[in-house]
Design a protein around this ligand. Structure first.
Ligand code: G6P
Ligand code: G6P
Ligand code: BGC
Ligand code: BGC
Length: 913
């Protein structure tokens, strides 16, 4: 009797062992899985084999992991795991661990998961609508990152055709269609709010990004949840079907499809085949069906049925419950396998599932669960070993240290899965030290981070008023440093005294010549100021070329050229025999000790003639004129273009006490109290200071707001490291900034379907005048199309809109930054005058300010916001700064000058020294 029972038990045991033996993989088998996975990874990457590969290796257009500088507020959707979630993610700048998230979970009923595509997306949009209401954010159009945990054929970061549904989804009319389009259309159908869908992101990618935000070594994302999948950073040159060889791109392996070409049939069991047959997508996702939460319970259930059939379980009774698909969810599997659970508790779980079990039954059930989940973890481990070894070989390393970011209910809830997975990776990839970190916040955060990475440079160009006020305060400090005797030598903003002490007072008269060098045109003018009943000015001017080779040649050649042009002009004016006083507008930073002595400190903008820096430009020009010997000249004053502009405008408006240029370069001058100018003797009256604000930031004070594009512009400029503020705002650089952003966006597949043409890559192909044209409100888009077509990129309508957007952000940033620095000057004037409200006029010139359709309005508005306690009149200098130079010359050349009392006192002081 005893032996009969023992024999029966032994035979039962054997039957159970035999059944489960198929799930025990030997080390050799695991090595084989790893090797086969490796072959499939390679096949997926190769152009020829990609179309038929079982592991699809889909490009994601994510080129890098976050670097911690991302910021902004984003909306994220997270669809495809156990939960559907809508989130808002706020990322504070410059700090890791500074992400705040608010989310709400919504149910997706089965009939919607498996209904029509339109119903599914309408449902999603309804949930978004509810969430926006809940957050009170209906009217804020936020950028959205969409975690969509299904295989998508991406052609850009915001374009992805669903390859096929997996897991529990089966909505009709979706496969083969662009998921972003479907979402956009559903938003349009609802017609209630608008969103910028910036990125579509697989959950593996979102998870990698989430974890990489905390650990920069994280370059792999793993999901072991309802489904199973991995992504990792692959070398671009290995991704044959994506253009470009530089850098890396994240590849979504979709390893769940592994086995589609029958190459793992040797390890698939009849239970795997049954589960596959009964699934929504038979024949597909074979590896996923052996490794992920949605199917492990099913495999267990099939085995249990089989064992019951053989009388080995549940007293041989196959109940309706046991026949019910899906009763074994991952969480039950995880609970049953928990070591902390006594058998009695296992029984009670089974009971809860409606399975009436004995104590022996629960032991067997636990064994079955263990065998199935162990195999799943080992298979994932083998797959992961293939991935890490591939990365190691990509990098030509003997040993690799890398981090995997992981998410998914199976990994998180199962008591042994993660340990077995890690052990397997260690055994199969001994040369790789692989750390696993759990993604705490799901992949929604990662989707937001991807959105932030893309939007980063544009976000980094938008400033709040708070930031602008901060920049204003920084510039005020710079001004003070430049004015102080001790601080001036090391100051970046040089605050150069100009020796111009007042604006025109209406008594000027005479016949003058003005040279105007340094803006987009080199101009020579004759300015006649007469004074019959009222003061009138007559001007004639001519523009002369300044060829590149002269600008970049030797200084003597440059000044010979200027002298030659001047000779030509005098010839034409028939004044070669006269010695007219000359005013020289020279639009570069010069140190003056008097009005007609100006030592060039440094070239800026396009100029780079040798042997001029450190020299007095008056002497150089005089020398060149003397060398010719065909005419005589009397250079009486050198003025900066800002000063010329202030004087020109001052002629019409006595209140003008600031001059700014927003043209090829940028700069400002203003009337400062002499008592604050340590470098010039005297305390009475005022003197015009040429701030040379273009150099603001040259000591690193603006690093937090400079973008990678600003740095690139600087690197490629004739004067790297100098004029950093100028390079962010002025006309010479604006088109280039836009071009660099467009190249970047095209590279990331965000524009022109990723097309990058040689023209687009050519420096200087987008100019400020193009930016101005594109931003015109009526014909802007047509202009954009024209300009982009000339660059050969075949823009779509969306591309044109996006490019217009980029232009607006770049030019807006410029206007904002100028508003901040000008704001600093205005508050200083106000403090100097000690008045509660400043009334003043700012004279302005420069091609950017004049030609750009929106610039002036934006600047004026922001200045008024930043300095509310002021009434500022902006006066455009209609006649350039040459007229102003003549005014200064008039003052300097007065034989009999009527000095004001203040001026006499200054002159006395100067004479004493
Ligand atoms: C993360 C993501 C989900 C993803 C899930 C996988 O939390 O936010 O979108 O699909 O992990 O886990 P699950 O087990 O829910 O499928
Ligand atoms: C004025 C002056 C130029 C000056 C220019 C700036 O018109 O006469 O000397 O440099 O403005 O503008 P631009 O856009 O030509 O650099
Ligand atoms: C999908 C993947 C996804 C994975 C994990 C699979 O079914 O095909 O895109 O990453 O599930 O959610
Ligand atoms: C120069 C300034 C000039 C400005 C505008 C800058 O590059 O340094 O002196 O005023 O351009 O032309």
């Amino acid at each position: 009797m005893v032996t009969a029972v023992a024999q029966r038990l032994a035979s039962q045991r054997k039957e159970i062992d035999d059944t489960l033996a198929a799930f025990a993989l030997s080390p050799t088998q695991l090595q084989e899985v790893k090797a086969k996975m490796r072959v499939e990874l390679e096949r997926g990457l190769k152009k020829d084999s990609h179309p038929t590969a079982s592991v699809k290796m889909l490009p994601t257009y994510v080129y890098r992991t976050p670097d911690g500088t991302e910021r902004g507020k984003y909306l994220a959707l997270d669809l495809g795991g156990t939960n559907f979630r809508v989130l808002v993610v706020k990322i504070r700048t410059g700090m890791r661990n500074s992400v705040r998230m608010y989310n709400k979970i919504y149910a997706i009923p089965l009939e919607i998961m498996q209904g029509t595509g339109e119903e599914l997306f309408d449902h999603i949009v309804q949930c978004i609508s509810d969430f926006l209401d809940y957050m009170g954010m209906k009217n804020t159009r936020l950028p959205l990152g969409f975690t969509f945990s299904f295989p998508c054929n991406q052609t850009g970061i915001d374009k992805g055709d669903l390859v096929c549904w997996t897991k529990g989804f089966k909505a009709t009319e979706c496969e083969g269609y662009d998921v972003v389009d479907m979402l956009r259309e559903a938003i349009k159908r609802r017609n209630e709010f608008d969103l910028d869908i910036v990125a579509i992101v697989n959950d593996t990618v979102g998870t990698m990004m989430t974890c990489a935000y905390e650990d920069p070594k994280c370059q792999i994302g793993l999901i072991a949840g309802t489904g199973s999948n991995v992504c990792y950073m692959e070398e671009m040159k290995n991704i044959e079907f994506v253009e470009g060889d530089e850098g890396q791109m994240c590849v979504n392996t979709e390893w769940g499809g592994f086995g589609a070409n029958d190459n793992i049939e040797d390890i698939r069991t009849r239970y795997d085949r049954e589960v596959d047959g009964g699934s929504l997508n038979p024949g597909k996702q074979r590896f996923e069906k052996m490794t992920s939460g949605m199917y492990l319970g099913e495999i267990v259930r099939r085995i249990l049925i089989d064992l019951t059939k053989h009388g080995l379980l549940f007293r041989g009774r196959i109940t309706e419950r046991l026949k019910t698909k899906g009763i074994f969810e991952t969480k039950f599997l995880s609970q049953i396998e928990s070591d902390r659970l006594a058998l009695l508790q296992v029984r009670s779980i089974l009971q809860h599932l409606g399975l009436d079990s004995t104590c022996d039954d629960s032991i067997i059930v636990k064994e079955v669960c263990g065998a199935v989940s162990r195999r799943a973890a080992q298979l994932c481990g083998a797959g992961m070993a293939a991935v890490v070894d591939k990365i190691r070989e990509n990098r030509g390393l003997d040993n690799l240290e890398i981090t995997v970011g992981v998410d998914g209910t199976l990994y998180k809830l199962h008591p042994h899965f993660s340990t077995i997975l890690k052990d397997t990776v260690r055994e199969l990839a001994p040369n790789c030290k692989v750390d696993f970190i759990l993604s705490e916040d799901g992949s929604g955060k990662g989707a937001a981070l991807i959105t932030a990475v893309i939007d980063k440079y544009l976000y980094a160009m938008r400033f709040s008023d708070e930031t602008l006020r901060d920049i204003m305060a920084r510039f005020r400090r710079e001004m003070e440093n430049g004015l102080g005797r001790d601080t001036n030598p090391t100051a970046t903003v040089k605050m150069l005294p100009t020796f111009v002490r007042s604006i025109p007072d209406g008594s000027e008269k005479g016949d003058f010549i003005a040279l105007d060098l340094g803006g987009s045109n080199f101009r020579i003018l004759r300015v006649k100021v007469s004074h019959e009943k009222k003061q009138t000015v007559q001007m004639e001017s001519q523009i002369y070329e300044t060829p590149e080779d002269i600008i970049h040649g030797s200084g003597s050649r440059l000044f010979d050229h200027v002298a030659e042009c001047l000779g030509d002009f005098m010839e034409k004016q028939k004044i070669k025999d006269k010695k007219l006083p000359i005013g020289f507008t020279f639009s570069f930073p010069c140190a003056h000790t008097k009005l007609d002595e100006a030592v060039l400190l440094t070239w800026t903008k396009r100029f780079k003639a040798s042997g001029v820096e450190g020299m007095d430009v008056v002497k150089l020009l005089n020398k060149a004129i003397k060398k010719r010997g065909d005419y005589d000249a009397d250079i009486m004053a050198v003025v900066n273009d800002t000063v010329g502009t202030m004087m020109t405008c001052g002629f019409d408006d006595q209140r003008c006490e600031v001059g700014i240029i927003i043209g090829t370069g940028t700069n400002a001058c203003y009337m400062e109290e002499l008592r604050h100018i340590d470098l010039v003797e005297g305390d009475e009256g005022r003197m015009c200071i040429n701030t040379e604000w273009g150099a603001f930031g040259d000591d690193g004070t603006l690093e937090d707001i400079r973008t990678e594009f600003d740095r690139e512009i600087d690197r490629g400029s004739p004067n790297p490291g100098k004029q950093l503020f100028e390079k962010m705002v002025s006309g010479m650089y604006m088109g280039e900034l836009v071009r660099l952003i467009l190249v970047k966006m095209a590279k990331e597949g965000l524009l022109f379907e990723g097309r990058i043409t040689p023209e687009l890559l050519t420096k200087g192909k987008i100019e400020t005048k193009h930016v101005s044209a594109i931003e015109k409100s009526k014909e802007g888009l047509t202009k954009a199309e024209e300009i982009l077509t000339r660059l050969g990129v075949e823009p779509s309508e969306d591309d044109c809109i996006a490019v217009q957007h980029v232009c607006a952000i770049v030019s807006f940033r410029s206007a904002n930054l100028i508003a901040a620095t000008l704001g600093a000057i205005l508050t200083r004037l106000k403090d100097n005058k000690n008045t509660p409200r400043l009334r003043t006029t700012v004279g302005i010139d420069g091609s950017l300010y004049k030609m750009h359709p929106q610039y002036a309005r934006r600047l004026h508005k922001t200045v008024r916001r930043l300095v509310p306690e002021s009434d500022v009149r902006f006066l455009l200098s209609e006649s350039g700064s040459g007229k102003g130079a003549a005014m200064v010359t008039a003052w300097a050349s007065r034989k009999v000058h009527v000095f004001t009392i203040q001026q006499i006192s200054i002159l006395n002081k100067c004479a004493k020294n």
